[in-house]
Design a protein around this ligand. Structure first.
Ligand code: PGA
Length: 251
């Protein structure tokens, strides 16, 4: 049985004061023991969140890391080793906002994935198609290529210590959600692609759905056989809403 996970991606939101408020709300949540919960604040606030959530069974992660694993001369970047030192346990790699708005290539994503694992961080590899790609019938082709670029450079075994998030770009921050069936069919294809190389890894890896997940649609999505939880953006900035999504995953 795969343990469900709910991950909150705060994106580039927050101030010291609003982060303190959110921590307060998260500390008050009564979480089910049947779900892993992680939050991904902006890098600047990681230490504040790590300290603020001390003693709670919530993991803190970062939204990105440098492709070089260790500290060095790379102005403006943050190394996976530094994130680990600051108390992070996970890191998002290949979020579509970085792939599309910051031109992050499949190759860079694979390097970041490797950097994360080499420093003891669990990467969440984000994959997903744009609206144009979906309308052209290319969803599975796009997602499969994004997954393959990691498998080809690092081997399928790396997914024994990683999480995947399927996030259709057209559903992110738009209020549009893939239907449970639409999402399930992509999740099943991702798992089948891994299974073709290693059945055990495929069975064990958690595949989260992301794209306008909220309390009102979470249970239906998480009820699908290959959807193991959610990567939540906007709704993760509200502790009560986020808590409701975590409960939906734990049930
Ligand atoms: P959203 O974002 O829940 O606001 O759609 C999801 C994500 O980008 O991770």
């Amino acid at each position: 049985m795969r343990r469900p996970m709910v991950a909150g991606n705060w994106k580039m939101h927050g101030t010291r004061a609003s982060v303190a408020e959110l921590i307060k709300g998260l500390r008050q949540l009564a979480l089910s023991t049947g779900v892993d919960v992680a939050v991904f604040p902006p890098c600047l606030y990681v230490s504040q969140v790590v300290e603020g959530l001390a003693g709670k069974s919530m993991v803190v992660g970062a939204q990105n890391c440098a492709y070089e694993p260790l500290q060095g001369a790379l102005t403006g970047e943050v190394a996976a080793s530094q994130l680990h030192d600051a108390g992070c346990k996970m890191v998002l790699v290949g979020h579509s906002e970085r792939r599309l708005l910051l031109s992050e290539s499949d190759e860079a994503v694979a390097r970041k994935f490797a950097a994360a694992q080499s420093c003891g961080l669990t990467p969440i590899l984000c994959v997903g198609e744009t609206r144009e790609q979906r309308e052209a019938g290319k969803t599975l082709e796009v997602v499969s290529r994004q997954l393959d670029s990691v498998i080809e450079s690092l081997g399928v075994g790396v997914f024994a210590q990683a999480v995947i998030a399927y996030e259709p770009v057209w559903a992110i921050g738009t209020g549009l959600t893939a239907t449970p069936d639409e999402a399930q069919s992509v999740h099943a294809a991702i798992r089948a692609q891994l299974a073709a190389e290693n059945a055990e890894v495929a069975r064990g890896v958690r595949i989260l759905y992301g794209g306008s997940v909220k309390a009102a649609n979470a249970a239906e999505l998480f009820g699908m056989p290959d959807i193991d939880g959610g990567l939540v953006g906007g709704a993760s900035l509200n502790a009560d809403e986020f808590g409701a999504i975590c409960r939906a995953a734990g049930n």
